[in-house]
Design a protein around this ligand. Sequence first.
Ligand code: ATP
Ligand code: MG
Length: 234
Amino acid sequence: MIAASLHNVTRMYGAGAAAVPALCDVSVEIGANRFTVLRGPSGSGKTTMLNLFGGIDRATSGRVIVAGQALDSLQDRTLSDFRARHIGFVFQSFNLIPVLSAYENVEYPLALLGGPKAKRRADVLALLDAVGVAQHAHRLPGELSGGQQQRVAIARALVTRPALVLADEPTANLDSATGTAIISLMRTMQRERATSFIFSSHDPQLVASADDVVDIRDGRLVSVERMTESEVPQ
Ligand SMILES: Nc1ncnc2c1ncn2[C@@H]1O[C@H](COP(=O)(O)OP(=O)(O)OP(=O)(O)O)[C@@H](O)[C@H]1O
Ligand SMILES: [Mg+2]
């Protein structure tokens, strides 16, 4: 099963003679229910690729498919609706809303989708508990450590039960012990929720924990290494 794929995708930045490809004719398939890491030197195109999978950015040419849907064919409004329902994001700098509590940050993407408040509350509390910050639910992000903020961000990314979670260097701003705990948490959540995760990372620990390693260099796909066998889809 395929979670997401690129088909001859090029993303150019700049115009005319100054135009440079951040990604150049990349085709790749990301397996469903797997933990996939994008690896490559700074400037190789990792963030560009994640943004394309996330529908935050659009390809200059080629096709981007997520959960069976070709994103290129969607209008902006439909694309943002698709994103809200099917994709979760975890960022390097956590990106929590500073004036909302941990609880409210996790509830936010669910509130955008509507639905009964009582069900929302149960989902948010269950996830805050699963990521180990239930006791801090009322605190603002500024009152949490970096590791705790990233736990809240992981809960926020998962609360809508997305098919795909994208994480751009999620451990880069954490010390190595906290990074290890966050990797293990994401791995557990990925397995328990049968969700597909795609990360970018320079972190050898994160790379070592991946099912698949996608290497990119200068905007081109170098290799895809399958580190583990596929598990039977749940
Ligand atoms: N908005 C932009 N305008 C112009 N060029 C850009 C833009 N965003 C990225 N680029 C260029 O595209 C290339 C790929 O950038 P990208 O951010 O995807 O790299 P990366 O692999 O995520 O790097 P890092 O490890 O430093 O985060 C780089 O050469 C970068 O300078
Ligand atoms: Mg980047």
